[in-house]
Design a protein around this ligand. Structure first.
Ligand code: ACO
Length: 333
């Protein structure tokens, strides 16, 4: 049992994406668009979409089981499960369902909603429980099935999103803290730039009492505003996290940004002067998988042997809220 003052090691990763794929040419048969437009403006070539029988919980469990196996622990060893998602199977939360499916009977589980920043915020939240000595083994999942909440007749948004899940296991260690620095921000004054909002109609229950009745409406986005925000704020937040870590950009081995748009990734890398060979991108295959995008890209890069134990990784998430954040960590035991 490691108590207060423990460090964090991020020792297992896993990911999952639905088998079903919709490429840009398939999309061009649904809305007025083209493979050329989508590739040039976003870098996206295809997206994996959950079929009607696939739940967010199942995708999350697949990713989590791989992360737990890589960490060399059992689900029973988990103390805490944080599910970062904006698209739970159940509005009351899906983390507990995942806890049950995993058989992580000792773990407390809750959802965390911060859109595309969710995984970064989740990882940082997990680290606080470890540093205070409260928990030893924490599973952080980033997962989204935005295909269920996109207007498939709106070419401005439907071309961007895909579904997926990624997970990491964080463990308390006495051999140095591998989470080297972080920063998080919110700016609710720009909330209307990107929404998946509840819109109810007034419903009168009696002469004095009225409530709203309805459901959530598909994603709406001011693409240009979000683009401008990301290109300005993401380099800043990474620099702040690096400063907190007492590091400089040259110390970073790998840059993994939320996979929203290749042009955003390129612009941020160029502002930070991170060379292209250090930048991880899998947008072409998956599109924007929201909270899943960073752990999915991390896991693929580990599986491909690009990221090795001891490498320094800068991750940054940004999106609805608006929210944004960055974390700098060393991968592995
Ligand atoms: N196919 C063809 N034409 C299109 C499409 C499409 N899919 N979508 C828009 N267009 C048209 C527009 O109608 C417009 O036509 P017009 O000039 O005749 O009016 C033209 O293409 C240019 O449209 P813009 O919106 O100006 O295109 P832009 O270059 O800004 O690219 C994009 C749009 C890709 C959405 C970009 O703004 C972007 O990536 N923004 C960031 C979005 C983002 O990252 N969102 C996710 C945040 S993460 C989260 O929290 C979920």
């Amino acid at each position: 049992m490691i108590g207060q003052g423990a460090g964090i090691a991020i020792i297992g990763s896993g990911s999952a994406a639905p088998a079903q794929v919709l490429d840009n040419n398939n999309l061009a048969q649904l809305v007025e668009t083209s493979d050329e437009w989508i590739k040039t403006r976003t870098g996206i070539g295809k997206r994996h979409l959950a079929n009607p029988l696939t739940s967010l919980s199942e995708l999350s469990v697949q990713a989590a089981q791989k992360a737990i196996a890589m960490a060399g622990i059992a689900a029973f060893d988990l103390d805490l499960i944080i599910l970062a998602t904006s698209t739970p199977d159940d509005l009351f939360g899906s983390a507990s369902k995942i806890q049950g499916l995993l058989g992580a009977t000792k773990a407390v589980a809750f959802d965390l909603t911060a859109a595309c920043s969710g995984f970064v915020f989740g990882l940082i939240t997990a680290s606080q429980f470890i540093r205070t000595g409260v928990y030893q083994n924490v599973l952080v999942i980033g997962a989204d099935v935005l295909s269920r909440w996109v207007d498939w007749s709106d070419r401005g948004t439907c071309v961007l999103f895909g579904d997926g899940a990624g997970a990491v296991v964080c463990q308390a260690t006495q051999e140095g803290d591998r989470l080297l620095g972080f920063e998080m921000f919110s700016d609710g004054s720009q909330n209307s730039s990107l929404n998946l909002a509840y819109q109810g109609q007034p419903k009168t229950l009696n002469e004095e009492v009225a409530i709203a009745s309805g459901t959530y409406q598909p994603v709406t986005m001011n693409g240009k505003e979000v683009y401008r925000f990301a290109v300005e704020k993401v380099p800043e937040v990474i620099e702040k996290a690096l400063y907190n870590a007492n590091l400089v950009v040259e110390d970073v081995d790998w840059l993994i940004l939320h996979q929203a748009n290749q042009r955003i990734i390129d612009a941020v890398a160029s502002r930070l002067k991170v060379p292209a060979h250090k930048v991880i991108s899998n947008l072409a295959e998956y599109g924007n998988t929201s909270a899943a995008s960073i752990p999915l890209a991390l896991d693929e890069a580990i599986a491909q042997g690009k990221i090795k134990a001891g490498d320094t990784i800068a991750i940054s998430g940004f999106g609805a809220g608006l929210t944004w954040g960055a974390a700098i960590f060393k991968w592995g035991k």
